[in-house]
Write a protein that binds this ligand. Structure first.
Ligand SMILES: [Zn+2]
Length: 125
C-alpha cells in the first residue's frame, strides 16, 4: 500500500515525511513543517514535542498536543511561502464539532546542532 503523504507533496508517505518522523529530524524548515503536519494527522505527539525548540517546550505539553491532534480531522496542508527559517501555511481541518476550520500560521524554525526545531508561530485569523 503506497499511501500518499498527508502533507500534500504527492509523494508516498514512506518517501516523504515518514523518514523524518522516524529520525526525529528533517533536513529543512519546510520539510520539518510538513512532517509536523503529518505528525498531527498520525497523532505522533512525541515527534511534535521532540521537534519543538527545547526552550519553548514549557509552553506546551504532549497531552495537549495529542488532544489537539486527535480532536480535529485533518484535511489538507497548503504551504503558501517558505524561506530558510519560516513557513507560512494553511492547515484545513474539521474541529471537534465538525466545523470546517483553517489554521493559518507563519511558523519560525531554528537550527540547533544540525537539527531543525519549531520555535513559534504567528497566527492569522
Ligand atoms: Zn510529507
Amino acid at each position: 500500500m503506497n499511501k500518499l503523504c498527508p502533507c500534500g507533496s504527492q509523494q508516498v508517505l514512506e518517501n516523504c515525511c515518514m523518514p523524518h518522523l522516524l529520525n526525529q529530524s528533517a533536513p529543512t524548515a519546510e520539510a520539518l513543517m510538513r512532517s509536523r503536519y503529518t505528525a498531527y494527522t498520525l497523532h505522533q505527539a512525541d515527534y511534535l514535542y521532540a521537534t519543538t525548540l527545547l526552550s519553548e517546550r514549557r509552553y506546551t505539553s504532549k497531552t495537549e498536543i495529542l488532544q489537539w491532534a486527535q480532536q480535529n480531522k485533518w484535511m489538507k496542508l497548503e504551504v503558501l511561502e517558505a524561506t530558510e527559517k519560516t513557513v507560512t501555511f494553511k492547515a484545513y481541518y474539521f474541529d471537534a464539532l465538525g466545523t470546517p476550520q483553517i489554521h493559518h500560521e507563519k511558523s519560525t524554525f531554528k537550527k540547533v546542532q544540525d537539527k531543525w526545531y519549531y520555535v513559534s508561530g504567528k497566527f492569522f485569523s
